[in-house]
Design a protein around this ligand. Structure first.
Ligand code: MTE
Ligand code: MO
Length: 171
């Protein structure tokens, strides 16, 4: 009887370890993250499911073929605010020599000055999109893509964004 109990206990423990390993593997291999780092007060690493909980807005841009496409996502300045980047009243003096490098998982990189992202300077809202027509972005485009409205070429609307890096242009 006692032997039976012990073997059931052992099997239950084995099962729990198996389940938690599976869940861990799923989380670590499947959930994409966006990182905000560099000249920030707080480095961020936001998983897709937490990202989805941040208030979203819509933004549109013209694709390569000149066709207007609408996306939904989080304004980049909101992400930078969460990371404590110098925006608003603090965006003056030498802070105006800071820039944001957007890095993609294929190695593509583009640059924005902080003033291009700050609502104190501009009404244009650049978003980090995670959805198009209510659906997650497809492989090769998402899970996160930049959407830069009002630009004649879509070359800065980076696909598969992995990092937003804040740096000083000054030595
Ligand atoms: N990661 C990544 N993003 C990228 C590129 C790239 O090579 N890699 N090309 C850019 C260029 S040159 C263009 S024209 C647009 C095309 O965007 P579209 O597929 O929405 O038309 O993606 C931009 N984003
Ligand atoms: Mo392009």
């Amino acid at each position: 009887m006692k032997k039976h109990f012990l073997s059931i206990l052992f099997l239950t423990a084995l099962f729990c370890v198996g389940i938690s390993n599976t869940l861990w593997a799923q989380n670590s291999s499947r959930e994409a993250v966006i990182k905000v780092e560099g000249e920030v007060l707080k480095t961020l690493s936001i998983g897709l499911s937490d990202f989805a909980k941040i208030p979203h807005v819509e933004a549109s841009m013209k694709d390569r073929d000149g066709k207007i496409q609408q996306y939904s996502g989080v304004p980049v300045f909101e992400l930078l605010k969460l990371a404590g980047v110098t925006l608003g009243k603090e965006l003056k003096g030498e802070n105006l020599t800071k820039y944001m490098m957007v890095r993609a998982s294929d190695g593509y990189e583009v640059l924005f000055s902080l003033a291009e992202l700050d609502p104190v300077f501009t009404n244009r809202v650049i978003i980090l999109a995670d959805k198009k027509d209510g659906k997650p972005l497809t492989d090769g485009i998402g899970p996160f893509r930049l959407v830069v409205p009002d630009e004649n070429r879509p070359a800065r609307s980076v696909h598969e964004v992995s990092h937003l890096i804040i740096r000083f242009a000054k030595e």
